[in-house]
Design a protein around this ligand. Sequence first.
Ligand SMILES: Cc1cc2nc3c(=O)[nH]c(=O)nc-3n(C[C@H](O)[C@H](O)[C@H](O)COP(=O)(O)O)c2cc1C
Length: 357
Amino acid sequence: MPGLFDSFTIKSITLRNRIGVSPMCQYVSNDGMATDWHLVHLGSRAVGGAGLIIAEATAVEPRGRISPTDAGLWSDEHIGPLARITSFISKHGSVPGLQLAHAGRKASAARPWEGDHSLKEEEGGWETVAPSALAFGDKLWKIPKEMTIQDIMDVQESFALAARRAWQAGYKWLELHAAHGYLCHSFYSPISNKRTDQYGGSLENRCRFTVETLARIRAVWPNELPLAVRISCSDWVEGGWTMDESIELARKLKDAGADLIDCSSGFGSPDHRKYPFGPGWQVHFSEAIRREVRIATASVGLITDPVQANEIISSGKADITLLGREMLRDPYWPHRAAKVLNVDLKSIAPAPYAHWI
Ligand SMILES: Cc1cc2nc3c(=O)[nH]c(=O)nc-3n(C[C@H](O)[C@H](O)[C@H](O)COP(=O)(O)O)c2cc1C
């Protein structure tokens, strides 16, 4: 079995190690445009030695932003600033990835540090869309418009166009955001989908939107490049989406062309307080999907310790580990992990650093 610092090849792409930066919204874009902040934020984590850097949830249409200052890829104008970032990341040995997203009924909200609540139109908010006209609840009180079949087709087209632009911007890894209560998840979870047409009801019907969207992306995203999907493996609520259903969804996504399942969970309802947070609390999801579906997986969630991350890989519970908040604390986490695991720093640190440390 490989360890954390062994390379990982998937399609034509080889990651130098099994450490990835999990996608994390920065909420500092203007009209969806990437800025110097993104170059420094993502670039420093490439210098820090991560094998994969997945840029934040990037909206495929303005309506799909969580907040007014989310990143976007709904026009060709977004490509240039992103290309600058992918070029820097690639030059420093990391693989640049991007997460494509649509926030659905969780869109049109204030930034987390400004309250996280639904924004009225006069506060810069907009009409949201979802499988059913049901508000998320709590501070996200906005009732979304139930999507028509035409709306569904239009959003899927936006995903395909954004995927093409991501490729033009130099990304080598693409992830469909189908977790955390956003549009895809709200279609497959029975909590948020009460439709009676071909997009609601049975498991097959609830999965249809996500599987079709993945297939639309796969049709334009080069076949030799990896395509991942982040799913919420459980709603953690009575009567909600389950792990068994996740295995079925992962099978369908694999058949539709997914190369890796990024296994997260929850955030489809305001009930977060009940989650069993703890070190590696979502590892069992990536382990089960990897074993049952025979597809590569990523594990995420309170992975903070090099020995812990190495064990996840070496025991076959995931193919890569993704770190979120620990990478915010320390962009050089891979350098520190290499020291702990007795790996030669020269394999990941850039020459102006490696010579000295
Ligand atoms: C500031 C911040 C922004 C986030 N934005 C995203 C996002 O854009 N897409 C996503 O799938 N998850 C997002 N997440 C979740 C993380 O990717 C990750 O799954 C979560 O933080 C758990 O990992 P951790 O315990 O290592 O932080 C975000 C988390 C944080 C802290």
